[in-house]
Design a protein. Structure first.
Length: 301
């Protein structure tokens, strides 16, 4: 969730806290407040069981003034759990990003590394984005964030109208484990589309306070947009054929072997091997068809 220093009410936020992993106090907003007020705000979230992160722009501001070590130390003292490292505004080399990440970890803070540029006129190419995500992951951050800005337009995986560039998203998740990524998705239609394509547990960021509850209902399939269509993002091990069988079972619910052979166009032996792999992973169970008791069909666990 993105904290823009909105008014906070424990009564209103406590029931929703279970749906929030991390709150980011965005940009350089902590510099607007007396330190004791920042400390109190962080404690408010901690009392709800929610971690708190700085925004990447805050550390970029410190770097530009040769104050990065002091800023990281103060983030620790104020109670932040995570420091975000980014180069969305200024230019940083891979070595500089690595040094900042190590400085953050030396204070026993977790680190998020954000990939992407904030200026729509100065965007990374898809290849540059993939390469930078890979270099960021080599530093073992808790997560790598894909930049979108608060507008969700013309930056990263979004075009100038806010539509998702699906070729980018599919290339990113093909090259990098989805569980290690956070896709910033400030617009609710972007959140719905990403959940439907990538799964209910997909990590999303830059969520407005007012969108926390709507997003939770989308994840749980409690709204028309995702009712009966939301996919699980459980990791499936194995070759593409096994993953395709899982996709079919996720889409069509209960299928027998003959139906899986017909839909997948895979050899029966490949289907049998894939189903056995899915059973061993605890992802699929075999049972009697609800329509015809003579048939054995397969469903997701």
């Amino acid at each position: 969730m993105l904290d823009r220093l909105d008014a906070l009410s424990e009564e209103a936020l406590r029931p929703l806290a279970r749906y929030i992993d991390v709150v980011k106090i965005g940009w350089g907003l902590p510099l607007l407040l007396p330190r004791e007020v920042v400390r109190k705000r962080i404690k408010f979230y901690h009392d709800l069981g929610v971690e708190v992160s700085t925004g990447g722009t805050l550390l970029e501001y410190a770097v530009a003034r040769d104050r990065a070590p002091a800023a990281i130390a103060e983030a620790k003292e104020l109670g932040f759990d995570i420091v975000e490292v980014s180069d969305g505004v200024i230019e940083l080399s891979s070595a500089q990003i690595a040094k900042l990440a190590e400085e953050v970890k030396s204070h026993r803070l977790d680190v998020f590394i954000e990939v992407g540029k904030k200026n729509p006129q100065n965007q990374l190419s898809l290849r540059e984005t993939l390469d930078r995500i890979g270099r960021a992951r080599e530093l073992s951050p808790r997560k790598v964030i894909i930049e979108s800005r608060e507008s969700g337009r013309g930056v990263g995986i979004y075009d100038g109208e806010g539509a998702i560039k699906w070729d980018w998203v599919r290339s990113i998740v093909a090259d990098h484990p989805i569980e290690e990524l956070i896709f910033e998705a400030p617009q609710e239609q972007q959140q719905v589309a990403l959940l439907k394509e990538l799964g209910a547990e997909t990590n999303l960021g830059n969520i407005a306070l007012g969108s926390v509850a709507p997003l939770a209902t989308e994840r749980l399939g409690l709204r028309g947009d995702t009712f009966g269509t939301i996919r699980s993002s459980r990791p499936v091990r194995g070759p593409p054929a096994t993953k395709f069988l899982y996709f079919l079972l996720e889409t069509y619910r209960g299928l027998d072997q003959s139906e899986l052979v017909r839909l997948s166009r895979l050899p029966r032996r490949t289907v049998q091997s894939g189903l056995e792999s899915l059973r061993r992973q605890g992802l699929v169970r075999e049972g009697v068809s609800l329509v015809d008791s003579r048939r054995r069909e397969y469903r997701l666990t």
